[in-house]
Design a protein. Structure first.
Length: 241
């Protein structure tokens, strides 16, 4: 009988210290190919999850998402900051956000709902979670970070490849994007008063998210009460006819 499971028996490896790369252009291309493939896999999963949620609940928790591969310059800077030499092996082992996806949603409640849905995907492995919403960074940064590995099925092996997923609200993304641009202009050395202003803005963003969440919950409750009232009215009409 023909093998109905073509991937059975393939060697499974992690894209880390278990695979050694030569320092040449072919090795670089192979690594980037794997990271791009991992992004495609996760992007497809997110599209399906969002479509399913719309189908079942008539609601899209994801406003939009975008993915990127870290530039070689950014990778080298990060390795230097960590105290490592610039090599493909070090890149793979110590830089976890080479492949990154940012998910932007409407409300803070959506963040945890999306994270839960991602965590339940059988072929994804959640390596680590950093909740900067419950525990914001000192500068006010808020986001929910998940590091996952995705199996990439090749012709002769399966390679588990890392992807960092960041989940945040529209307001959080607005603040983070502008904060990054401002600090980029100062090359990371912004004046103290700029840092204080950004932290104050982060606090305002947090209050805005909280108010919008309460408003959304109030709208949902009002709609439910209207439906219940309409159902009672129809029931009384049927009983009187």
């Amino acid at each position: 009988m023909a093998n109905c499971f073509p991937f059975r028996g393939k060697k499974r490896k992690k894209l880390d210290s278990t695979i050694k790369f030569n320092e040449d252009i072919d090795s670089w291309k192979t690594v980037i190919f794997l990271y791009n493939s991992a992004l495609k896999e996760v992007n497809t999963k997110l599209e399906i999850l969002n479509d399913e949620f719309q189908h079942v609940h008539q609601y899209n928790p994801i406003e939009y998402f975008k993915s990127r591969i870290k530039t070689p310059e950014s990778i080298v800077k990060k390795l230097k900051r960590y105290g490592y030499e610039s090599s493909i092996d070090n890149m793979v082992n110590y830089v976890n956000d080479i492949a990154g996806i940012r998910i932007v949603c409407s409300f803070t409640s959506d963040i945890y709902r999306i994270a839960e849905m991602i965590g339940k995907q059988n072929d994804l492995t959640v390596v680590s979670v950093k909740d900067y919403i419950k525990n914001p960074k000192e500068n006010g940064y808020k986001s929910y970070h998940m590091l996952v590995t995705v199996p990439i099925f090749l012709t002769d092996q399966v390679v588990d490849t890392k992807v960092e997923i960041q989940i945040r609200t529209i307001a959080m993304d607005f603040w983070a994007s502008l904060e990054h641009k401002i600090y980029y202009k100062f090359e990371g050395n912004a004046p103290e008063y700029i840092s204080r202003e950004l932290k104050d803005c982060a606090d305002i963003v947090s209050m805005l998210d909280a108010r919008m969440l309460r408003l959304n919950e109030a709208i949902i409750q009002a709609k439910k009460e209207n439906r219940d009232a309409e159902a009672r009215r129809r029931s009384m009409q049927q009983a009187g006819s």
